[in-house]
Design a protein around this ligand. Structure first.
Ligand code: SAH
Length: 219
């Protein structure tokens, strides 16, 4: 195939990618624009890079997965981020979700328990000039007390319940989006709204995420 043809092909795949997002309910213009600006390609390595523009979760290093783009879009949309927001993400993984958050928010903190994933994600953020993201290796279930409170929190690994420290680190008026349920079963994507009178929960859809685990990973 000539270089020209493969470029056309890439453009078509990227258009289909955006079309798939819209058809699956990602309708917020700012979210769609952020997802158009952040190319998923660099976040998917090796064997699976060919499939970066398909609406599928894909394997990444350390036995983890990069989420399905439409789920990334729906979670981002549910966060309803404003440009002044400080956002915390638990589960950096490939860094793809954090990069999209960085297009919408003032400041993004992202945490993963795998040092290797954090290093690889940092290198991509550098490359893409995404200087408002801070990526850290830690057990994210304790949140990031030093930088709390947060306007928005997103957890991209499944816990049985929303972790208490993270609920505590959410600002009043803040929103948290996360999958809850057993790791080997279908989980529910939920949105938690912290109001003056307490926490309000709404359920969005069924999802499947890798589990939120305790402590640091081996690599
Ligand atoms: N948001 C990612 C996908 C995340 S996959 C992306 O856009 O690619 C879930 C990630 O959560 C994995 O990388 C896993 O290592 C991480 N994780 C699981 N438990 C964790 C914990 N307690 N603290 C921090 N990260 C955790």
């Amino acid at each position: 195939m000539s270089a020209e043809h493969s470029e056309d092909d890439l453009a078509t795949r990227k258009m289909q990618f955006l079309y798939a997002l819209r058809s699956k309910g990602v309708t917020d213009k700012r979210v769609l624009q952020a997802m158009e600006e952040i190319d998923r390609g660099p976040f998917v390595r090796g064997l699976f890079s060919e499939r970066a523009y398909e609406d599928m979760p894909l394997p990444i290093a350390c036995g983890q997965t990069i989420s399905q783009p439409s789920v990334v879009g729906l979670m981002t949309q549910a966060l309803n981020i404003s440009p002044r927001d400080k956002v915390l993400e638990i589960g950096t993984g490939s860094g793809y979700q954090a990069a999209i958050l960085a297009k919408l928010a003032r400041r993004v903190y992202t945490i993963d328990r795998h040092r290797r994933l954090v290093h690889e994600a940092r290198a991509i953020f550098e490359e893409l000039d995404l200087h408002t993201i801070t990526a850290l290796t830690a057990d994210g279930s304790h949140g990031l007390p030093d930088q709390a409170p947060f306007d928005r929190i997103i957890i991209t690994a499944a816990a049985e319940d929303p972790p208490g420290p993270l609920l505590a680190q959410l600002k009043e008026g803040g929103i948290m989006v996360l999958p809850v349920g057993q790791s080997d079963a279908v989980q529910s994507l939920i949105r938690v709204h912290k109001t003056a009178s307490g926490l309000e929960y709404d359920e969005m859809r069924d999802v499947r995420f890798v589990p939120l685990l305790e402590g640091l990973g081996k690599e």
